[in-house]
Design a protein around this ligand. Sequence first.
Ligand code: CTP
Ligand code: MG
Length: 231
Amino acid sequence: MNYFVVIPAAGKGKRMRADRNKLLLELEGKPVIIHTLAVFEADPSCEGIVLSIHPDERFEFEQLLLTYNIQKVYAFATGGKERQHSVYSGLKMLPPEIDIVLVHDGARPFITPETIARLTKSASSTGAAIAAVQVKDTIKQVEGDTVSQTVDRSNLWSVQTPQAFQTAVLVSAQQKAEEEQFLGTDESSLVERTGHPVQIVESDYDNIKLTTPEDLYFARAIIAKRNESQV
Ligand code: CTP
Ligand code: MG
């Protein structure tokens, strides 16, 4: 199932506490964003990438695409104040008549083509599908510093990206959110409030988002594991 992907990459990476956008930090010899882009570059079902960036970083991103021979970036979009704005800006740059669009965080370099394929298949039949993993920890609800209850985790999932949609489903959810000034932390939350059902596609625990400095250690471990399994 062919698709386009919108990649929000316009954040500041504040929680990473680096002096720059965390997506430009090097991870085992390549910037984080290149690890992410390379997955889509290599996936024959990916028809094109819209990269949503801060305009001040455009030159740097353009140089990286040349250096690493990433050819599928169809357009740059101007990132906004919040992630949701960056994604919406990216959606507006899609070519016409794209049936399936994925949204994928630039900060998740370990997405696999297998998960992408299951997401696009589900989205094309249902309209909306998101990558997620079952919660592993016991989750407690807390009032102040006292536990009020233990939440049943059997139906709790940690949600990741990619999130895949029939383009019309996501565009109308974004429009509704904008009109009603609703700000969500993912695309699914916008689609959910339109009443459209969203399917879960089970992903894997490697598909982490690089958020805080220790995530870089986990990332190196994941790369080492993958390199080992290739030999
Ligand atoms: N993002 C974006 N536009 C924003 C905020 C975030 O395009 N205004 C992107 C980030 O570049 C990242 C993805 O959305 O690829 C997920 O966001 P997050 O992990 O929160 O990254 P940052 O916002 O950069 O980090 P922080 O919240 O720690 O500042
Ligand atoms: Mg953020």
